[in-house]
Design a protein around this ligand. Structure first.
Ligand SMILES: [Fe+2]
Ligand SMILES: [Fe+2]
Length: 315
């Protein structure tokens, strides 16, 4: 059994001054949005309460699916790196960037490459990806292969869309096939919701249809994502079973806002059996603002192999 913790959209509430060289319309509007709305929602005290609870869960590995920052500024990347280092070492934590991490172009600044140690293939992954620093990266945690995609691209004002691009979509099938052939449970990490229609047009993954086609052809057992700041569940099907997609709310929401609930993270236990594998998902987070972290839900999502009937709870 492998226990993964999945958290996302931390939106670390520490905003540095915007250096003149990185100023611009998008960042200016982002700053206004932060002060008018977001700074009251994403709170450091909430993060601390959830972190303490997460430590008690002692997961084997932590998946962080992006939006650590708010305006994608170099100082935010540095702050986020320090936060990740506090969370744990790179071999225990896998990160993919979100649209608030890669926000606009930064010129020669390394940007999220500061987090490279948390976004690189391990020894197993390098046998598939080689020594490249390009996405996707691959890591092995017990019987799981984690495959990290980058859907974040610089975008104009009012656009929070994402895109994988041809190169990642071209490399992904071989990685999925190889991990499957090795008998591993494939868990894909991506910031944006992976399937078409899961986010509004200017907020969604532009090549979601192409990603869905890859998932339907080559399969993956689980896709973990963030971005919508909501609890989400969907699935695609491939000939070997279901591709479950799970989205998690923000890790720092101290206040519920519109459709966005209070802070939460998921603990995902994956057990391999003779009858396929079993995924148990436990949501832990705030039930009331300012309250303690409690178990919000616990569900089994059983995925059987190709020949058997598939079922999801409720079906
Ligand atoms: Fe976010
Ligand atoms: Fe996002």
């Amino acid at each position: 059994m492998v226990t993964l913790a999945h958290l996302s959209d931390v939106h670390l509430p520490v905003l540095p001054r915007i250096p003149l060289v990185h100023a611009g319309l998008k960042r200016g509007l982002g700053l206004v949005n932060w002060h008018r709305k977001r700074h009251a929602i994403h709170r450091m005290d909430t993060i601390e309460v959830l972190l303490a609870d997460l430590a008690h869960q002692a997961p084997d590995h932590i998946a962080v699916t992006g939006d650590l920052a708010n305006l994608g500024l170099p100082e935010e990347h540095t702050n986020a790196l320090a936060w990740l280092q506090r969370l744990g070492p790179p071999d225990r934590i896998s990160v993919v960037p979100g649209n608030h991490d890669i926000y606009t172009r930064l010129g020669r600044d390394p940007g999220v490459a500061r987090w490279r140690a948390y976004m690189a293939s391990d020894a197993y992954g390098r046998t598939l990806t080689g020594d490249t620093t390009d996405f996707p990266y691959v890591r092995r945690v017990g019987e799981i292969a984690l495959i990290g995609l980058c859907s974040a691209v610089p975008t104009p004002p009012f656009v929070a869309a994402g895109r994988l691009g041809a190169a990642q979509l071209e490399r992904l099938p071989r990685l999925l096939d190889a991990a499957h052939a090795a008998g591993l449970v494939r868990v894909v990490l991506i910031h944006h919701p992976p399937l078409p229609g899961q986010a509004k047009r200017l907020r969604g993954l532009e090549d979601a249809a192409a990603l869905k086609a890859v998932l339907e052809t080559h399969g993956a057992e689980l896709v973990l994502h963030g971005h919508n700041h909501r609890n989400m569940e969907a699935h695609a099907t491939w000939h070997g079973g279901l591709v479950l997609t799970l989205g998690v709310p923000s890790f720092s929401a101290g206040v519920a806002h519109g459709h966005e609930p209070l802070a939460r993270y998921n603990v995902i236990r994956i057990t391999r059996g003779t009858d396929g594998h079993e995924v148990e998902m436990t949501g832990r987070g705030l039930a009331v603002a300012g309250g303690p972290v409690v178990e919000l839900e616990r569900r089994k999502l059983h995925v059987r192999p190709a020949e058997s009937a598939l079922h999801l709870p409720g079906e």
